[in-house]
Design a protein around this ligand. Structure first.
Ligand SMILES: O=C(O)CCC(=O)C(=O)O
Length: 267
């Protein structure tokens, strides 16, 4: 295992990089893959304008140790009732479509090309119900996202959801508006393991920082326009934002086998 755990940066303005960056994230060789130039300034500024039209639909999900402000929805909130998730997903997709917000589709299409994937689509269930394609996370001044990890293979294990059968889960984040100060992604060199449950915040979001004591951390403050990939099964947090809102579009993506050729996305 190399001592140096640093992000890798690719120029991604049209060339095919291949799936090697994904392998590196899966194996934990590096914390973040930063794809520079994946989305044009025109796409990003049109995305920002559409997000401003959707701002009123943002919902705050409060926790004892923080809160999440999102345009759109996310599956883990509804694992106790997936029917509600699929109807929330449809509502969010309809609202996005009504204002022509399709930044997730653009990001998917550019990523598919850059990573050389044969297939890269929003996931659906066997009965045709579609997962939500993405959400927009707004971290306002003084807001952070506590330490957590995302693992649908674990969280969905007792459900019948197709996603529970995934082999790998990764995450894509598009930084629509970066902050001047704070708002770093802190990602720790430690994937979740069952023993970590002893550190779970009861009734709250995520894990006590003790779970990553003495673990190397990589901090990355995204800039407007950055598109980056991470392995969200590793413990990670977003540090307190200082100043202007940190606005990101995100989605998970995953693979049912180890060939890393046919991916599905969801949130
Ligand atoms: O916004 C970020 O940098 C990280 C988002 C996050 O928590 C995730 O993708 O799981």
């Amino acid at each position: 295992m190399s001592d140096n755990w640093d992000r890798v940066v690719y120029q991604a303005d049209g060339s095919v990089i291949g799936s090697q960056p994904l392998r590196g994230l899966i194996d934990g060789d590096y914390p973040v893959v930063l794809l520079k130039g994946l989305l044009s300034e025109e796409l990003l500024s049109s995305g920002r304008e559409k997000i401003s039209q959707l701002y009123d639909s943002a919902l705050i999900t409060p926790y004892v140790n923080g809160s999440l402000t999102l345009i759109g929805t996310f599956l883990v909130k509804y694992l106790h009732n997936v029917n509600e998730y699929f109807s929330a997903a449809k509502g969010a997709e309809d609202r996005a479509q009504a204002v022509g917000f399709d930044l997730a589709r653009q990001a998917r299409s550019k990523l598919q090309h850059a990573l050389g994937l044969k297939r890269f689509e929003v996931a659906s269930e066997t009965d045709g119900r579609q997962y939500a394609s993405s959400n927009v996370r707004i971290c306002k001044n003084d807001i952070d996202t506590p330490l957590h990890n995302d693992n649908i293979m674990r969280d969905g294990a007792s459900s019948q959801l197709v996603l529970a059968k995934l082999r790998h889960q990764l995450s894509c984040v598009v930084c629509v508006q970066g902050t001047g100060d704070g708002g770093e992604l802190s990602i720790y060199r430690k994937p979740w393991s069952p023993a970590d449950e002893a550190y779970k915040v009861s009734n709250g979001l995520g894990y006590d920082l003790g779970v990553v004591k003495d673990v190397p951390v990589h901090r990355f403050r995204p800039q407007t326009g950055d598109v980056y990939l991470l392995n969200p099964t590793y413990h990670h947090a977003v540090e307190r934002v200082r100043g202007i809102d940190r606005i990101t579009l995100g989605f998970f993506f995953g693979f049912f086998d180890d060939r890393l050729e046919e991916g599905v996305t969801w949130v």
